[in-house]
Design a protein around this ligand. Structure first.
Ligand code: PRE
Length: 255
């Protein structure tokens, strides 16, 4: 399990450090995806490119990859949530003893449908060039890396919510009992932190996405992924969806 969640290390500070580390993975995964053009045939539900499989090629690749990873135990880890949870095969390997810090009521929250929709329909067109180079399998593999990184980050909201609840149960219990989602949203929001997160990811996209040359003069700033798109990704989708997961989790926290 990643840093920040196991045993004595489970604090708001350690969880935030894990979120910061995940920013690197998200920015790099977007940079990788930007190597390929849109390759829209991959997402076309009418093309039926795989005999015997009905649906877009990307669904086929993600479903099959998730099935292999499920057999190898990926979804036994409470940080991981599949995009196609129906009919996933069970893990075939001996269970690793993950620390179970989540309350069972909220542990199974899965908002991957919303993440999938956001990624394919809204985010991709913002940072990928038009065109088709035929590299569908490689493109789908890098889509899956982006999707898994975004999903892990957003579902970390469960761990954030759990630690916030444990740190201040007296503040959280009344709105949970009243099912007051607006009050919960207000309580868990820290605008100062959100501002910092958005600034930092924009800077990471700036630094990680430049062409580096030996003379160290980045004469023309040609970004692999526009830093403002990464800031927008966090502002419009990553942070709001993380907060949605936090509220959903808290609502179930006393079940
Ligand atoms: O760090 C926190 O306290 C979180 O809840 C995470 C997060 C985020 O998604 O980055 C979400 C809500 C807060 O307003 C601040 C940041």
């Amino acid at each position: 399990m990643a840093e920040g969640i196991s045993g004595s290390e489970f604090t708001l500070d350690s969880i935030r450090k894990a979120l910061i580390r995940q920013e690197d993975v998200i920015v790099f995964s977007l940079i990788e995806r930007a190597r390929f053009p849109m390759n829209s045939a991959l997402y076309n539900p009418r093309l039926d490119l795989v005999p015997g499989f009905s649906g877009p090629l990307v669904d086929f690749i993600v479903k099959e990859t998730e099935a292999v990873q499920a057999k190898a135990g990926r979804y036994v880890n409470p940080e991981e949530n599949p995009f196609f949870p129906d009919n996933l095969p069970p893990s075939m390997i001996p269970n690793y003893n993950y620390s179970q810090v989540l309350h069972p009521g909220g542990a199974s929250i899965n908002i991957n449908k919303a993440i999938w929709d956001m990624y394919l329909n809204q985010l991709l067109p913002l940072f990928v060039d038009a065109g088709d180079d035929g590299n569908y399998a490689s493109t789908a593999a890098s889509d899956l890396i982006c999707l898994q990184a975004l999903s892990r980050r957003i579902h970390y909201g469960k761990f954030v919510a759990e630690i916030k609840f444990r740190d201040a149960p007296n503040d959280y219990e009344p709105p949970i009992r009243a099912k007051d989602t607006d009050a919960l949203m207000k309580l868990l929001t820290d605008e100062r932190v959100e501002k910092m997160v958005k600034k930092r990811v924009e800077k990471k996209a700036d630094v990680f996405g430049q062409d580096v040359n030996v003379s160290n003069n980045a004469d023309s700033k040609r970004y692999k992924v526009d830093p403002s798109v990464v800031a927008r990704l966090y502002d419009e989708w990553v942070i709001p969806l993380t907060k949605l997961v936090e509220v959903e989790y808290l609502i179930r926290r006393l079940d």
